[in-house]
Design a protein around this ligand. Sequence first.
Ligand code: PAF
Length: 284
Amino acid sequence: MARRPDVAKTVASLRRKLARWRDAGETIALVPTMGALHAGHLSLVRLARRRAAHVVVSIFVNPAQFAPAEDFSTYPRTFETDLAALAGEKADLVWAPENVAVMYPDGFSTRIVPAGPAKAGLEDAFRPDFFAGVATVVGKLFIQVAPDVAVFGEKDYQQLKVVTRMARDLDLGVKVIGAPTVREADGLAMSSRNVYLTPDERAVAPVLHRVLTLCAKKIATGHSVATILAEGREVIERAGFTLDYLEARNAETLGPIASGKDGPVRLIVAGKIGKTRLIDNVGV
Ligand code: PAF
């Protein structure tokens, strides 16, 4: 049986464990997660293994990135299963703060409030405090672990851009690497929130990826971006989604584009099916 990774539950114990590697001059990769690990997360761990001598996976359901009406209390928590899966991937260390106060002690009053890609009018338009919550916790994780590299999934594309910008802006000395989205056989992007889908909703959900890939193909062959997106929005809504957005953006800045030639282009979508909000994206 694979050896379960070591677990640090306090910042002091994390730092003690990391010091051995750092003193030996060995590189460290961080994979930040909120647990409920699936094959997508495990692919991040495998990529991290290729980029550093040691892999640290953080597991922390971060209250700061959930709005009051969102699913913080019901977010799936599967710590024992997560540890077994990480053992299979030979992760070296799991950083799992033993309670919220380890990350946000009494009187906590400092936040990182990102702009640039965090104000692109995508996720931020629907979850106004989300990226401050993400940037604050990821900033803390980067400071606590001081990794050489950190791996984030491209599925949360805007998050990837926000965190990359933040690491550069604040000279955090970590190289942020994006990893391709892992999909189910029918194209649905893997997500810890897919467990919320009823069988009927699960059957409909792959429409997001189908529309994204079709729109990407058409935009690449020179069709009008506005027309393609209008058609795509209609297909997604007809399938039963309440759409938040389907947008074509500059893949680096996330700024608006007028035509497929303003590339590289990324198509980004978010919408709700039943009570579950799903996001996805593809490159053109
Ligand atoms: O993508 C996630 O799971 C979270 O937003 C992250 C990066 C772990 C921060 O809590």
